[in-house]
Design a binder for this molecule. Sequence first.
Ligand SMILES: Nc1nc2c(c(=O)[nH]1)N[C@H]1C(S)=C(S)[C@@H](COP(=O)(O)O)O[C@H]1N2
Ligand SMILES: [Mo]
Length: 199
Amino acid sequence: MVGKFFQKPGAEQSDRVPPGQYLTKGFPVLTYGDTPRVNREQWQFKVWGLAQPKTLTWEDFMALPQHDFTADFHCVTRWSKLDVKWTGVKVTDFMQLIEIDPKAAYVMEHCYGGYTTNIPLEDFLREENFFAHTVFDEPLPAEHGGPMRLVVPHLYAWKSAKWINGLEFLEQDELGFWERNGYHRRGEPWAEERYSGGF
Ligand SMILES: Nc1nc2c(c(=O)[nH]1)N[C@H]1C(S)=C(S)[C@@H](COP(=O)(O)O)O[C@H]1N2
Ligand SMILES: [Mo]
């Protein structure tokens, strides 16, 4: 992996690069399976489980405040990309539209194509998380999760669900796709929470 496109961080960047990660200047695509093709008009987003069920459209998301976000992106396969510029909607703004049951403590992210990933509610509700529809001022390409993906900068990027189309609120933690296949439940890069025990 280390070669022309992957570099060890220089001193000025090393405090931003978690242990065991290498910097890339490109933007690799990491997808399990086929790339779903969904346009903005077709795109729908559902909320269920321990929350008032709701279906939202593209317009519902566009009616929320739009922000630019710059965040670092860390894949568990050891590449990191610094300063990715995204545009979209803060999770905390989106959550103003959602009524959750006080028992809800975990969230399952659901996607077109069937990918899932689990996240504790506390990690999901962080101020710096957002739904992104634009990257580097261009509409998010399908291979990077367009029309809409979640971005959770403080956890490994497999928690940043591409083609996101729903949230299921849960009382108990359940495992998503990679988590059932040996990845860590939570995935904190600074603690190198890469794989679950026994993997
Ligand atoms: N729906 C879906 N979301 C996904 C994935 C996937 O396979 N399907 N891969 C995850 C992984 S492992 C990573 S590293 C990032 C990669 O995002 P990118 O392809 O835009 O670089 O998306 C995450 N979100
Ligand atoms: Mo990844």
